[in-house]
Structures are given as C-alpha cells and as structure tokens.
Design a protein around this ligand. Sequence first.
Ligand code: UDP
Length: 491
Amino acid sequence: MENGRGDYVVLFPFMAQGHFIPFLSLAQLIQQKGYTVIFINTPLNINNLRKSFPPSRSSAAAIKFAEIPFNAADHGLPPDGENTDSLPYNLIIRFIEITPSLKLPFRKILSDLIYTYGGEKPLCVISDFFFGWAADVAHELGIFHLIFSVAGGFGLACYSSMWLNLPHKETDSVDFLLPDFPEAGRIHVTQTTPGMLTAGESDPITIFQQKNFISWANSDGFLLNTVEEIDELGLIYFRRKLGIPVWGIGPLLLSEVDRARTGRQSTITPQQCVQWLDKKDPKSVLYISFGSQNTIPASQMMKLAKALDSSDRNFIWVVRPPLGFDIKAEFVAEEWLPEEFLKRINEQKRGLIISRWAPQVEILAHKSVAAFISHCGWNSVLEALKHGVPVIGWPIGADQLYNAKFLVEIARICVEVARGINFEAAEEDIVEKIEMVMGEKGEEIRRRCLEIKDVVKDAIRDEEGYKGSSVKAVEELLVAAWKKKTTGATK
Ligand code: UDP
C-alpha cells in the first residue's frame, strides 16, 4: 500500500466527550500509519481542540482541525450548546435530531478540502454512527466512507433491534426475545429506555435511529470500538443486518494526557489522585462514576452515599449535580449528600469526592482500585476491561442498559446494582453488591477480569509474527479504502 504526500483521512465525530475520545484515539492511530487526519467539528469544539492540540510544524502526517459552520441558537439550543456535556438530556436528543442539517455544510467542507489538496480526494471519510447520512455525501464525491460506532457491538445491536422492532409492544410479558437478535437472550422490560417504553414509535430517538440505521447500510464499512473476540455476537448482528464489512478496531482509548487536552479539566490532578491511591492497600478502592453526561436522581445519590457510609470500603466518587439540578451548578454537598458525609469520610480518610470530572484512566489503571460502579457507557466499559477492573453496573439509559447485560452475561465481570432513573435504590442492596464484587465472593469475577484483560491486550498487539484482531482489521479497512481510491471498486 502506497502512502503518497497528499493522503488524508477525514474524521467527523458527534459533539460529545464520549465520541471525541475514541475519535481522537482513532485519529492518532491513522496518523501513526502516515496519513494526515482532518478532524471536523463545530466551531466551539474545534476552538477547544485547537488550543490543546496545536498545529504540528512538521510536514509529516498531522492531525488538523476544520470547523463546520454551526449556530446552536438557530436550532433552539443555548448559544454555547455545541457539546452534550453542556446540555440537559432533552436538548441532547434535540441536538442529535438536528445533525442531518449539517449535510450541506459537510459536503462543502469536503469539496473545499479536495480543492485545497489540488484535486486529491481523501482516502476515506469516517463519520460518527449518528451521521449515517455522511455516506451519501462521501459517495456523491466518489469517496470511500466508513461509519465508526463508539458504542460496543452487543449493546448497539440490542439497542438497534429495539429501535427496529419495538418488541416490548408485542408482548405483555416482563421479558422478551429480540426478533432479529435472539442470541442476545431475554431483554427485561426495565432494559427498555423510558422513551421507547412510553412513546414507542413516536419516541424521537427511535424515529431518528430507524432512519439512521438504514443509512448505515449505504456505507462501505462499519467500524466498532470493540474487540472481535469478546464482542463477536454484536459484530455478527451487524454483518447480518447491514451486509457490509464490519470491523472491530478497539479498544481505542486516549491517554490521560490527551484526554485532558480535549478540554475537560479535573478539579484534581492525576498526580494528586495517584498520591491518594498510593496510600491505600492494593485492590481496596471502589471507583464510582456515571460518565461525562449522565447523572442520577438526588434520591439515588442519597442512597448511594448512605451505602458508602455503611460499607467500610475506600472509594473515589465523581459527583455531578443530580437530575433536576442545573447541570452547571456548583458542588453543594449539603444539598446532595447526607449530613456531615464529607466530614465523616475525610476523618476516616477513606473517601475522595471529586466534583464533575476525574482522571478516570489513571484511576482505573491504579493497583489500589478493586471495582468500578459505572453507568456502563462504552468507553468506561472498555477502560474497565482493559485494566481488568470488575464492574458494578448502574446503567442509566440508552445502550448502557445493554452494555450492562453484556458485562453480566457475556463478559461475566459485572453484577448489576440499579437500572434507570426510576429505580428504587436500596442502601443494603448496594452494600451487598459492593461486597459481592470486592469481597471473597468476587474471586471468580476477578479471575475472569484478568482473562479478558489479556484478550483485550492481545487484540492490539502488533509484533513481529503476531498481529491482533484489531490491528488486522485496521489494515484491512485501509486496503479496502485504497482499493476504492485506486480502482473505484467498493465492498
Ligand atoms: N471520563 C473521565 N472522567 C470523568 C468522567 C468520564 O475521564 O470524570 C471519561 C471516561 O474515562 C470515558 C468518557 O469520559 O472515556 C465517558 O465515556 P462513556 O462512554 O463511558 O460515557 P458517556 O459519558 O459517553 O455516557
């Protein structure tokens, strides 16, 4: 495969931290292969990214940023509403819904790039899985197109099957099989997102995804940030449904340094966190985080705090304002946590509360961390799998509900403690689940975590005489893109 000077790849992620992180990691991987990457996003996001990733002076392959014109206020969003982490949930859905309006500006950016590169087309366009429409735009200009799903195979397959079939509408039973994905096993009605459950076919995200799913099949390939060996069922589902090549290319994760550069700063430095963890016994700390945009209701937050009070385990808890509070609100422990909770845990020196954003990768990689209460967002799942940390699943919505199912039933490294925002969390139950994973009973889960950690590590091994499945997948997709560029043939 030749890589001439003008070869570049265009990446276009959805405007969310959980999408930027794997896309930037993919950008680094493509850059290492010798290609310049053009990373497209809306002005505020690009502005943040440019500050953190200044332009490279070398003429070698670089990551460059390009702005797609977008005015949030034109779409009923707050003027700074260009990233999901600054939007409440209902506006995140609105944001997703209006993204097809970027089709024309995206076409213009691609045409301008081709002009700038002296008529040279990009080797390929890789767009977010929310932007299935980008396949048509790329094809109109004769460019190879790939979708990149930042969600895992199993979780996205279940979620897709729910969108396409709404199977809960066909039964009075509390659980059911997915008609086109029976291998997933039974789905419980509480694993149906609230919107789907109540609104069914008029749920806005279902309407969006039913259309979006069809457009995925127009692409030349479907990439998932996952590992074939552990997520085979999900990959099989997409191969069967889309009829295009499907590649597991993960885990694509960013280093702590690079993720800090994506614009999210923690109130605590990774070093301070590590120093705190260094003082704790190996495998003695529970880490709790609900990701970059989710948060739990105040009542659940109170129950969780009480459970942490009664359990004698060390913990680090990343606290974001509970549901119903302004997501930009300052941290108000007195309102959100039991009386004197902070004072008690400080005196006992066993708890660290971090407001809003923690250096998660440093934490999960530390030898003192024993378990992770997680909302089961896919990046968090991959980070747990990569570092061999057992999960106590607390999925809140979306694919998290199915990621938790994957972790419990397929990866077998998780027990679920709560599900959804309407869940009545019980203090004793939370304590029991923490013990099930961190105590003696958790031995089998810990053993399984080590097994999976090795499989995940293997997938990205690229050594003399050995290439892991994800390494081979990236090579294959580049060959396919080259084939299209040089011969016009696809698939
Ligand atoms: N993250 C982090 N610190 C935090 C919360 C989240 O570094 O306090 C990172 C986390 O490591 C992961 C990403 O943000 O890489 C969140 O993605 P995920 O898919 O887990 O959840 P989402 O935020 O998209 O729901």
